[in-house]
Design a protein around this ligand. Sequence first.
Ligand code: SF4
Length: 315
Amino acid sequence: MKRKIVFIKRYDYGKGVVDLGEYVISYASSCSFLCEYCYLKFAKAPKKPIIYENIEVLEKELKELFLKEETKNFYFNLGETTDAFLSEKHIEVINQISELISFFAERYDRRVFLELRTKTDNILKISPLNKRKNLFYIYGVSLLPEEIISNFEKGTANLEKRIAGIKKAQELSYLIGLRFEPIIIYPVFGITYEEVVNSLKNLISLYKEIFLKLRSFLDISLLHSISLGTLRLTKKQYKYLKEKRSKLVFFEMVLSPDKKYRYSRPIRLYLYQELIKNLKEIFGKTIIDKIYLSTEFPYIWKGCNLPLRLLSAFY
Ligand code: SF4
């Protein structure tokens, strides 16, 4: 199938949300997994996974972008419209795309980061990507507590397998992007103030266990960044999931200026602050330089004492 609209788009963060400066390359669409919160089910995307054939159009767009933008570093996201490691064919096409990008990066003297985001462990089975000049692969792995994966991310790799994937990515010298998103409040012990506080504390302790596991093998010199981002739902998703009585729809979700439902501001702030505190305790204070918030507003960054930075400036 040929892609009829542009391949490269500046990421649309939404009204008021901090711009991290990444570009999305839509070389493929859709995904065979069944994450309950996935926006692709509600978007105008093909029902079955497809990879677009007309890569020559992408090549033209890349050339125009490199000529137009004066930035020294580019950050491309290849896991937004599909899972980057969904199949061998996905990786074959990413290899072709990285060759094109590396050519332009060398010609125009730029550095490029390519984030390959996944919820699989297919890196263990698929041939490695070719090393390229001026180009860094970021193995962006989505990490959630096991109970949440098994409830809301049907068909994806479990936590243990995702961790095995990180180890393999390190062996291949890819940079690592730890993606703690979406952060989902689950299980919810009840709706009273105390029960909500206990639900949040329980969630934090589950994340702490993941941080400790990571500390035992993570090579910090390969760590590109750590993202934190709580669940966001479009109006359509929120309505649909509420009607279905999905456990994703926490009672205290509010509509934000970017037209997405999120947990309320105090709850998000509490979660981020506690997670950052734990990351600092486990990995040391300097880990703060690696942390960013995904699709959040400037006042939440401020509340977490995080300086605003572009993703291309993290490494
Ligand atoms: S793995 Fe990603 S793209 Fe696939 S269903 Fe889950 S959230 Fe959607």
